[in-house]
Write a new protein. Structure first.
Length: 522
């Protein structure tokens, strides 16, 4: 679920509410991709050309994931000062802990089938060599960077390879992207659209005049025509898909800026945006799937409509938003990553047990067989989410932070509440960012004799100048924490403060345990 990420303030925080409709939307995007891979024949059996065309456009769902990822990350991790709310290392650890456990599990499930296919196709020696050469980039989430390793091992994993790259770029992009007004959003979105559509359009035009379909390129024991090679590059290379992610970040910052100004679009506008963009997308899907050349040109350029849909749902979304916000859709959305990344290995297991070899190879299951597979996939995904994804994420986040150097105050999680900082420190005119720290109070006569851990806000200037750095206790603090009597203001330095005998800084607190705070969730 896309969780609330409220900024910490000394007064009642103006929280960031849960965007449940976007969680439900994740499942629809995953379902569309799964249908493209395994349900086109089932859709064709309906006798409706429109249904079949929509199914054939399922690969477009990955673009929705990219835009949605940028939006949600900006919503959860962008501070009001425009920069990353938190330190980069914690962000990267949280994101990779989110995606890698199931990613690795899917590779393990796929390994027997993939290696056996290579051995049968190329012989034992060459097959094992190819498996190793493609397995290393796959395990490192690098397979999307070359067209010859793109679909190796677990095919849908290419988009996770792109997402990993996006996560590494996010801390740098979010602090440099100014997108607070509708004019800025439109300008940046237009420029990104031109960049995104340029390569597919160039490939489309080239294919009309140059016989690239007849020229073959061989590498790593595989062969691709120039046409197919070009499609793999322009449609799957992380750099060429980056504009969709960047647009999502821009949209998220625009949404936050409007909220900060108290200028939300309103429920009616959100409902119209969600309904209108959904209708436009369905209209495009209804005819574009019949024309392969057109649909591949559209692959990188659908993000403006995706953005309108996401913005409309974030503003409420009307009837569509209410459906996507139901408990069932939220639970399905939480398991959507497992649905997406496990679809291929679980198809191999299901097809081997239920389907004939011909159907299994062509992926042309009947409608009943596809629905049975879908039910199997969803149940298995719920189990994978509860037993693997969620526990492994928390375990990795804890393990990757054990034994690390203690961060300086300016490196801890950013919670941008400049107004409250100025209230506490009226002599400072600069805009400040506020960061969650933990202090341990020891030994002073006015405190209990035992050590007490409390949350505080650290206010720092943009340049983190020592003279502008102070630690201020966060109020209110639950009385059960034993910290309600603490009201000291302590002069600090860029390094952890070791000031008046009562306070020392330790590791960042796990503020998710406090009811009145909520750090960005992974």
């Amino acid at each position: 679920m896309i969780k609330q990420a409220a900024p910490a303030t000394t007064a009642a925080p103006r929280g960031r509410p849960q965007l449940d409709a976007l969680t439900g939307l994740r499942f629809l995007a995953a379902l569309h991709v799964v249908t493209f891979h395994f349900g086109v024949s089932a859709a064709a059996s309906s006798g409706s050309a429109v249904v079949e065309s929509v199914a054939r456009m399922g690969f477009i769902g990955v673009g929705l994931f990219f835009v949605l990822s940028g939006f949600v990350l900006a919503y959860n991790y962008a501070g009001e000062d425009g920069g990353l709310r938190g330190d980069r290392r914690s962000f990267v650890v949280a994101r990779l802990s989110r995606i890698y456990p199931l990613f690795a599990f899917a590779l393990l499930l796929t390994a027997p089938v993939y290696v056996a296919q290579l051995v049968e196709l190329c012989g034992p020696r060459v097959g094992l060599v190819r498996a190793a050469l493609t397995g290393v980039p796959a395990a490192l989430m690098l397979q999307a960077w070359t067209p010859f390793t793109l679909s190796s091992w677990n095919g849908p994993g290419w988009s996770i390879s792109a997402e990993a790259f996006f996560y590494l770029t996010f801390p740098w992009i979010v602090g440099r992207l100014r997108c607070t007004t509708w004019r800025q959003l439109a300008g940046i979105g237009g420029a990104l659209f031109v960049v995104a559509i340029a390569a597919p359009l160039a490939l489309f035009i080239t294919g009309r005049f140059v016989p690239i379909e007849a020229t073959t390129v061989r590498l790593l024991g595989g062969a691709l025509t120039l046409q197919h090679l070009g499609e793999r590059i322009v449609g799957f290379n992380p750099l060429l898909r980056l504009p969709e992610f960047v647009f999502g970040i821009c949209l998220g910052k625009y949404f936050l800026a409007r909220r900060a100004r108290g200028a939300t679009l309103g429920g009616a506008t959100g409902a119209w945006l969600a309904a209108g963009s959904s209708a436009a997308l369905l209209a495009i899907f209804s005819f574009a799937g019949r024309f392969p050349d057109v649909r591949y040109v559209l692959q990188n350029g659908m993000f403006p409509l995706f953005g309108l849909l996401i913005l409309g749902l974030a503003e409420g979304g009307g009837a569509l938003g209410r459906v996507l916000s139901t408990r069932a859709m939220i639970r399905l959305g939480e398991a959507s990553y497992a649905v997406y990344i496990l679809q291929t290995p679980l198809w191999h297991l299901f097809a081997k047990a239920v389907l004939s070899p011909e159907v299994r190879a062509e992926r042309n299951a009947s409608a009943p067989a596809y629905l049975a597979f879908l039910a199997f996939l969803i149940v298995a995904s719920f189990l994978a989410y509860g037993l693997i994804e969620a526990p492994a994420r928390e375990w990795l986040k804890q393990r990757l932070r054990v034994g690390r150097a203690r961060p300086a105050p300016s490196a801890l999680g950013t919670w941008s509440t400049p107004g409250s900082c100025r209230e506490q420190l009226p002599g400072i005119a600069h805009q400040h960012s506020c960061q969650i720290l933990t202090v341990r109070v020891t030994g002073a006569d006015r405190f209990p004799p035992e050590s007490i851990a409390c949350s505080v806000i650290l206010c720092v200037s943009p340049k983190h100048s020592p003279e502008y750095s102070r630690a201020i206790t966060l109020l209110p603090i639950p009385s059960s924490a034993g910290c309600s009597v603490i009201r000291s203001v302590v002069q600090t330095r860029p390094s952890p403060p070791r000031g008046p005998s009562s306070v020392s800084v330790v590791e960042p607190t796990s503020v998710t345990s406090l009811n009145h705070l909520d750090r960005p969730r992974s």
